[in-house]
Design a protein around this ligand. Structure first.
Ligand code: FRU
Length: 485
């Protein structure tokens, strides 16, 4: 593993030429994704600024150009007509102001009339490396480029720690106000959310108070990347709590959870209907964010970083890592969140393949699971050994996913085996495989499991238990992956 000095990690990109060779080299990787958004070079992490504006989807990702390392963060901008085909647009936000000198950190967007506004954290550090997080804004200009405001909207509060970031903007029609939710940490190191309000998106911001989530006053040390949305009359609060271990999540100290409940803007209280739930049960899923301006009140559209902070992935040696998940649709049914792959994803199907146990490099599997215990080996060897293995124990109603059999193992100290407790007996699986990721939807979206996966040349096969029905398609390439900086 390469050791990076601070200067190397925080080097400012002066010209695209500086990363052209890196880009050319990375293009040759066998792990470049075919239909998932991925970093043009270096590292991608959180999704940012996700919104539908004038018929086009805008998305940015946290980007560190130089390699698979968390350093100076940019927003890299991509657009899509349909959430399936993605085009590189170049740098969205560069850390080029004093107030964001050490990174344009995560945030959100909102389309208002013919304007698209972006909200992000300007990560300022002084010469002693003391951090001041500023809440900053930008807008999309007529050339499709993000333009920053001259000054930040507001600074941090001194009654909370330096961890105050990741503004999520929402419009509340009832109150006729905008609200910004900020992921934060109290002075005694508890995770929380701070709320600001204004009648205008770019001016007049006032601190409204700390969000109360009864029962969750002590839940992790920092709530990164808050996201709130109303779906089918229910409020859904999603946060990424860190600095804590949670049951069933191995040694990981980074999680992505959701609460279903009710948000009261008068008292700034989110009252959960029940306990928190894991948004995804996989090894690599974090900082999920929903798109703004999804007009349908019955659904939200969510995308996440396939990856975790502080973890290391095999493509690190090729100087890149990270990927966005497939966008997914969220609905609330019978008091539960149901997640399904983005509508129309079937348009990416290229060929229906014989279910002879050979996997395409990028594609989809649909499996009808027979009653009783069930086994699936993905990316196994031709003799059926190894691979990413899923076992369903019908009596316990638990699926166990085990990646220890893969040739390329990673983050074994965090977890390599995880359980997915099912609410109902397992009847179906829909699995999306790309060159370095796997996303599993159980029972039509009752649970999901997302992981990086790096199969080697011999790991091209799959096996399912007898009685299962398997359908298989290869997928077209739908990310352009062009060198646009
Ligand atoms: C989450 C996060 C955010 C922050 C960003 C910096 O992964 O730590 O809280 O804004 O990454 O890249």
């Amino acid at each position: 593993m390469k050791e990076w000095t601070r200067d190397e990690r925080y080097r400012v990109l002066q010209s695209p030429d500086e990363i052209k060779d890196l880009y050319d080299r990375i293009q040759k990787s066998v792990y470049r994704q075919a239909y998932h958004v991925q970093p043009i070079t270096g590292l991608s992490s959180d999704p940012n600024g996700f919104a539908l504006h004038e018929g086009k989807w805008h998305l940015c990702y946290q980007w560190c150009p130089w390699g698979a390392v968390h350093g100076l963060k940019y927003w890299y901008h991509v657009t899509s007509p349909d959430l399936l085909h993605w085009q590189n647009e170049g740098i969205g936000l560069a850390p080029d102001r004093d107030y964001d000198n050490k990174g344009a950190h995560s945030g959100s967007a909102i389309s208002v009339g013919d304007k698209l506004y972006f909200f992000y954290t300007g990560n300022h550090r002084d010469e002693n490396w003391v951090r001041t997080p500023w809440t900053c804004a930008a807008f999309l200009d007529e050339n499709g480029k993000l333009q920053k405001l001259d000054a930040p909207l507001f600074g941090p509060r001194d009654d909370h720690s330096e961890h105050q970031r990741d503004p999520k903007i929402v419009w509340n029609a009832e109150k006729q106000k905008y609200y910004i939710f900020i992921g934060a940490q109290t002075l005694d190191l508890r995770g929380c959310v701070l709320i600001y309000e204004s009648e205008q998106p770019l001016t007049g911001w006032r601190f409204a108070g700390e969000l109360k989530v009864p029962g969750y006053e002590k839940f992790g040390g920092m709530w990164e990347c808050p996201y709130i949305v109303r779906i089918g009359g229910k409020d859904v609060l999603i946060v990424s709590p860190q600095y804590t271990k949670l049951p069933g999540r191995g040694e990981s100290t980074n999680h992505n959870v959701y609460f279903l409940g009710h948000m009261d803007y008068d008292t700034l209280t989110f009252t959960p209907d029940g306990p928190y739930q894991y948004l995804d049960y996989g090894f690599d899923f974090y900082a999920a964010q929903g798109a703004a301006n999804v007009a349908d009140p019955e659904k939200a559209i969510l995308i996440a970083w396939i990856g975790l902070p502080d973890n290391h992935y095999p493509t690190e040696e090729e100087d890149w890592e990270g990927s966005m998940s497939l966008p997914r649709e969220l609905r609330v049914k019978d008091g539960r969140l149901v997640q399904t792959p983005i509508a129309g994803v079937e348009a990416l199907r290229d060929q229906a393949l014989p279910a002879d146990g050979t996997l395409p490099k990028a594609g989809e599997l649909e499996i009808r699971v027979p009653d009783g215990d069930f086994d699936l080996a993905l990316y196994c060897k031709e003799d059926g050994t190894g691979g990413l293995r899923l076992h369903y124990d019908a009596q316990a109603r638990v699926c166990t996913v085990d990646r220890r059999g893969m040739d390329k193992r990673f983050n074994p100290q965090v977890f390599e085996v995880l359980d997915v407790p099912m609410d109902a007996p397992l009847t179906s699986l829909r699995i999306f495989i790309d060159r370095s990721s796997t996303e599993i939807f159980f029972n039509g979206g009752e649970k999901t499991f997302t992981t990086h996966s790096y199969p080697t040349e011999g790991e091209r096969f799959c096996r399912v238990s007898e009685g299962a029905e398997l359908k298989l398609w290869s997928y077209k390439t739908s990310v352009t992956d062009e060198f646009v900086v």
